[in-house]
Design a protein around this ligand. Structure first.
Ligand code: NAP
Length: 502
């Protein structure tokens, strides 16, 4: 069930919210604390769906500041107007039930608790107190600072599942996003969504359209395989828009979500029984290796994994960035025998430089922080130089594997000029697609390869490892471009790379 929270604050806005999300909502929640002058009857009629009446007090994260009797009066009006459910906080349960009168037999009670401070430790104790109320539905919400804390929601829903009880458990905030997406995987009854972006009634709420169309959260079951992106930040990731579509096309009951993780060991432990695999991004590509039972030899040599899959013997790690980047470059120019200069000394630079060496290139690494370039070069058996020293290496292939030029700093380039020895310039950045660095190269008549080419190839291999089936690179690229049709991604800079290879 997808519950859309209607927050107004004016009645016309509330009606717009209902109209824009009616095809995605199974139930509407009227937030009476946020709708001060509500004609509840008219609002309930407009929804044409079952309605939950909620009037959240300030102490539980809502906006209602008046006395409890007034709050219950508002709820009573909603009951009388035909609300199907009433949400009553655990601490207001006894007085609320005493004052509120139901005139319809099908009215159902939701007992809720919002833990807004520290991470809830005794979920079992809370669960038991909520069960004792006899409410038809239990709702537990708390704030998560890190995705491992979704664990409390899983625990709560596991208890409810054991008792055959309808329950919701939500980890609020960006770090808890997956708890909203995976509610059915955890055995939950419903999840909350906002009618549209920017209209959240609680932090981390996703638009109902995204829950239904991108994640298909309502179709999932406890058997659905869970994959996702693990890192921080993850908010701008296009992964869900690509993986979820392709899993469906490949006929796999699997879901891909975003996990904003700081404490990686705790996350991997909390999700041990749930996570079937993940993409790994900054800052965990190196640290992840220590938590795996098996690492692909190439990934071990590169010192980083970007893909983890569950196998019978435990988690296995691989690096699809390396082959993705080199396959993209070699789509235009073979690297064997060429002089390749990689700018950067992070995870991407290491993967690209290591794989270029394996394919027969002579590699030199340059980085803003020279000491890091030196240490990566030593580990891989490459040369190193300063950014100013790049021309003296006489590179034929020049790779930007830094974040210089990434959105929002799109006018930055890692180098002031591109040496005239360069035949091909490759940028790992894919946001924007046509970076300042590639524009410079293009103006000099140099072949260019965008980060999307790498992204698509590494994603194809990652999806093969996750699902056992390989999507088409062109399909991944198409989905990527569709996903960037978002004003903040500056997709107008997308210039298809059509220059022919040699
Ligand atoms: P990382 O480990 O954080 O490394 C960042 C690198 O960028 C470091 O070498 C850092 O230099 C350098 N850097 C950052 N800001 C800079 C600036 N303003 N000027 C010059 N150098 C700067 O990140 P990563 O994982 O290697 O990722 C690097 C880039 O590759 C990112 O843009 C990422 O989006 C992209 N990437 C793309 C794909 C793909 O599929 N296309 C896959 C992975 C990564 P210092 O050492 O001096 O700090």
């Amino acid at each position: 069930m997808i519950i859309v929270s209607v927050t107004g604050p004016s009645m016309p806005e509330a009606f717009n919210q209902i109209a824009s999300s009616v095809r995605y909502a199974d139930i509407f929640e009227l937030r009476l604390d946020l709708l001060p002058d509500t004609d509840v009857r008219a609002a309930i009629r407009a929804t044409r769906k079952p309605v939950i009446a909620t009037c959240r007090p300030v102490r539980e994260g809502g906006s209602f500041e008046g006395p409890e009797v007034d709050r219950f009066d508002l709820l009573q009006r909603a009951i009388d107007a035909g609300a199907r459910y009433v949400d009553l906080e655990l601490d207001a349960w006894t007085p609320g039930r005493r004052q509120l009168r139901s005139r319809v037999s099908r009215l159902q009670w939701i007992v809720s608790h919002h833990s807004l401070g520290s991470y809830p430790r005794r979920v079992d104790v809370l669960y038991k107190s909520m069960m004792r109320t006899g409410a038809e539905v239990l709702k537990f919400a708390y704030t998560a600072e890190d995705a491992w804390q979704i664990k409390a929601a899983m625990e709560f829903l596991a208890l409810a599942r054991g008792d055959g009880k309808r329950a919701l458990a939500i980890a609020m905030g960006e770090a808890g996003e997956a708890s909203r997406v995976l509610y059915k995987v955890f055995g939950g009854w419903a999840t909350f969504a906002c009618p549209e972006r920017g209209r959240q009634s609680a932090p981390g709420q996703l638009p109902a359209s995204a829950l239904r169309n991108v994640f298909r959260a309502h179709e999932r079951t406890t058997r659905t395989k869970v994959f996702g992106l693990v890192g921080n930040p993850v908010g701008q990731s296009k992964g869900p828009y690509i993986h979820n579509v392709l899993y469906r096309r490949l006929d796999r009951d699997a879901i891909y979500c975003r996990f904003r993780v700081d404490n990686l060991p705790r996350f991997m432990k909390s999700f041990e029984g749930v996570l079937q695999g993940c993409s790994v991004t900054v800052p965990h590509k190196q640290a992840m290796m220590r938590l795996l039972s098996q690492v692909d030899p190439d990934a071990r040599r590169l010192g980083a994994v970007n893909t983890v899959v569950r196998r019978a013997t435990g988690y296995f790690g691989a690096n699809t960035d390396a082959s993705g980047a080199l396959d993209a470059i070699e789509g235009k120019l073979l690297v064997a025998g060429k002089r390749c200069l990689v700018i950067g000394a992070g995870g991407a630079a290491r993967a690209i430089a290591g794989e270029a060496i394996r394919r027969g290139a002579t590699v030199c690494i340059a980085n803003r922080t020279l000491a890091r370039a030196r240490s990566v070069a030593r580990a891989l058996g490459a040369e190193w130089t300063t950014i100013d020293g790049i021309p003296s290496f006489k590179p034929e292939i020049l790779v930007n594997a830094t974040s210089a030029g990434m959105w929002p700093d799109i006018d930055v380039s890692p180098v002031a000029a591109i040496p005239d020895t360069v035949h091909l310039a490759f940028d790992a950045i894919y946001n924007p697609v046509m970076t300042c660095f590639l524009e410079k190269a293009g103006k000099q008549g140099i072949m260019t390869v965008t980060g999307v080419e790498m992204f698509a190839r590494q994603a194809v291999e990652q999806i093969r490892l996750f699902t056992g089936r390989k999507p088409l690179t062109t399909d991944v690229k198409r989905l990527f471009v569709a996903a960037t049709r978002d004003p903040v991604q500056d997709s107008r800079r997308y210039i298809p790379d059509t220059r022919p290879g040699p």
